[in-house]
Design a protein around this ligand. Sequence first.
Ligand code: UDP
Length: 325
Amino acid sequence: MKVLITGGAGYIGSVTTRVLLARGHDVEVLDDFSTGHREALPPGIPLHEGSLLDAGFVDRVLAAPPDAVLHFAAFSLVGESAAHPLKYYRNNVGGSVNLLDAVARSGVRRFVFSSSAAVYGEPDEMPITEHAPTRPVNPYGHTKLAIEWALADTAAAVGFPAVALRYFNACGASRELGEDHEPETHLIPRLLRSLVDPGVDFAVFGDDYPTPDGTCIRDYVHVVDLAEAHALALEGDLRPGLSVYNLGTETGASVREVLAAAAAVTGREIAPRIEPRRPGDPARLVAGNARARRDLGWRPRADGLTSILADAWRWHRDHPRGYRG
Ligand code: UDP
């Protein structure tokens, strides 16, 4: 299948690009390199360099329509989204509207969107199923939900199948590709960077949550498993309109459990400073994934956290300055 990947130079997009190439798809990437890395692209891959905010550019890219679009390109820093909401609405929602507009006028037959657990906000019931109410608590989550609505309405009006994949905590690495955000806000890369470079600070944000060890519980899912879910969504039978799937493992790990697993994998002693809670962090977020298992045949790896940490550790040691070296 000819597939256009927006944000293909980003963390999850670049891993998915490689997985789709390995499965024989004909992949093109669209990226503006605002946060992605040229080094994350396979040599020679067809590249459309530009912004989704440029509607003329998007129309030209879609003039030779692919069979499917995988839409990863977005800003994704929750804290920044609270400080600069319109930056997020403009880029994430505005860019997606331009893309959907061009898709609606083209022959694209399938659309897969990178959504987020952030659409749920702070749900009352765990594990979180796709039936849970969507009540985002920050502008980033609002933009992801707004795009889901725009996608659902466009897919219904035009009559193509679409998928929104709601990621829980993406982490880990493939052999060549890893997590390199600037600034980095996520637990595992921050922790591993601090082990690679003692000059990098690391702290635990809050140990007084209502959880067994007082630290927040999250559902950590390997980035290669996420990439495989995209391949399954691309290749499987889908009904018309929007289908929504959680991508998580149904297993929660606390920050302290992540630190203990990281100590075991790296052989390093980890004794972090404890800081106050980070505003807006729910105590516990764990995905129900029965729907993705049933409809997509998705099977996230069972040894999740250990393989996530082993793979991410190898990548961070090989790339102590991220893609810069
Ligand atoms: N966290 C932490 N120290 C860090 C980064 C994150 O203690 O340097 C905690 C954070 O408060 C949350 C968990 O780790 O409880 C996961 O945070 P992350 O930003 O990785 O993902 P989120 O669930 O917020 O999307």
